[in-house]
Design a protein around this ligand. Structure first.
Ligand SMILES: *Cc1c(COP(=O)(O)O)cnc(C)c1O
Ligand code: SF4
Length: 356
């Protein structure tokens, strides 16, 4: 495949069934998504040619294909699912700013992504895919952080911050850094996996100039580790930027011991530390991707005996209702009430997560 520049990759994205190559056979579930009214499609189809080239055109079960090809299963809603399962609206302290913890804050700088992941927990935000923060809003965020010195870390997230151009990123980093010199920054991005061309030497230099800054990537399957994505990760690490990876546990994509062991070992070999393995959030239309908690816990237990400490992430769930992240190694699986696990968070408040 021709290696287009990242901007070319973005402008050549596949966004409708008409963009699919002639040899691509839609499954019945995939076809029904495209036949359904646009208005019902919360998260539009959107994928870079690079990432799409990794998908098997003949096999709808391909782990890359399942992550980006929509199906009508997304129209299925469970009673305990919601648009905003983490209650981000209730923890918003300014435009795009979510503060759930005393010492950390997240700033959603854009609702755009290079590719749409079908399991996205922010799908009701990301699905709009049309806005980014203004300079004024970034200034407000910088001021808020300066007034709250107890916040020591800021996550730049979205959407995907790295779909923004270098100029915009430079503005955001400059405004925030200008008022908060010691703040630890984290850039949460899926671009190394879905748009590795974005990790240019110029971008690496810009990020390295804003230390302390960490990059948190999002790889879910060993198939995503290609010469292009490996080179992108190595460029970041070689520039001196610490890189961590978060993975979402996805039914039928990566919920096997072998697949996760291969992924985590490959990450460690690229000098990227597996940080979190996330249990699926209870967002509307994603139940076909969720593994049950008992299975996830069993998987992690076996993995912890099989791979080294640097390969092993922490298995966590973002508690529905805004309870924050909870390490599932701590879960008492015997506390079940009417089909729900009862979980208490760091503040000893009780939350429920379905057993199914
Ligand atoms: C996940 C998250 C964080 C970071 O949590 P860590 O456990 O430190 O990775 C911070 N703020 C919000 C709103 C989050 O959702
Ligand atoms: S890159 Fe992140 S925010 Fe964007 S669609 Fe994927 S999971 Fe959602």
């Amino acid at each position: 495949m021709k290696d287009y520049s990242w901007r070319d990759q973005l402008s050549r994205r596949l966004t409708s069934a008409a963009d699919l190559p002639p040899g691509f056979r839609l499954s019945a579930n995939e076809r029904r998504f495209f036949e359904t009214d646009q208005k019902l499609r919360v998260l539009p189809f959107n994928v870079t040619p690079y990432y799409f080239s990794l998908a098997d055109p003949r096999d709808p079960r391909c782990p890359v294909r399942r992550q980006v090809m929509p199906t009508d299963l997304e129209f299925l809603h469970k009673p305990y699912e919601s648009d905003d399962p983490l209650c981000e609206a209730g923890y918003t302290v300014g435009p795009g700013m979510v503060r759930r913890y005393r010492d950390r804050c997240a700033l959603k700088v854009t609702d755009r992504c290079a590719a749409h992941c079908r399991f996205c927990f922010r799908r009701y935000f990301t699905g709009a895919a049309k806005s980014m923060l203004t300079t004024g809003q970034v200034k407000r965020a910088a001021l808020y952080l300066a007034k709250h010195p107890e916040i020591s870390e800021l996550l730049l997230t979205g959407g995907d911050p790295l779909v923004l151009g270098d100029g915009m990123l430079k503005m955001i980093l400059g405004v925030i850094r200008g008022k908060n010199p010691g703040l630890v920054l984290r850039i949460c991005t899926r671009t190394p996996a879905v748009l590795p061309q974005r990790i240019t030497p110029e971008l690496c230099a810009l990020l390295a100039g804003n230390t302390p800054l960490w990059v948190i990537t999002h790889f879910n399957h060993p198939k995503e580790i290609t010469p292009e994505s490996s080179a992108a990760l190595e460029r970041l690490v070689d520039t001196g930027i610490p890189v961590l990876n978060q993975t979402v546990l996805l039914k039928g994509v990566n919920d096997s011991e072998q697949t996760l062991a291969r992924l985590f070992r490959a990450m460690a070999a690229l000098r990227v530390k597996p940080y979190y393995l996330f249990q699926g959030d209870l967002v509307k239309g994603t139940s076909h991707f969720r593994t049950n908690l008992a299975r996830g816990i069993g998987l992690m237990r076996r993995l912890s005996r099989r791979v080294s400490g640097i390969c092993l992430p922490r298995y966590a769930v973002d508690l529905p209702g805004g309870g924050g992240k909870m390490l599932l190694e701590r879960l008492d699986v015997k506390r079940v009430e009417r089909g729900f696990y009862i979980i208490d968070n760091y503040a000893k408040k009780l939350y429920k997560y379905p057993k199914e």
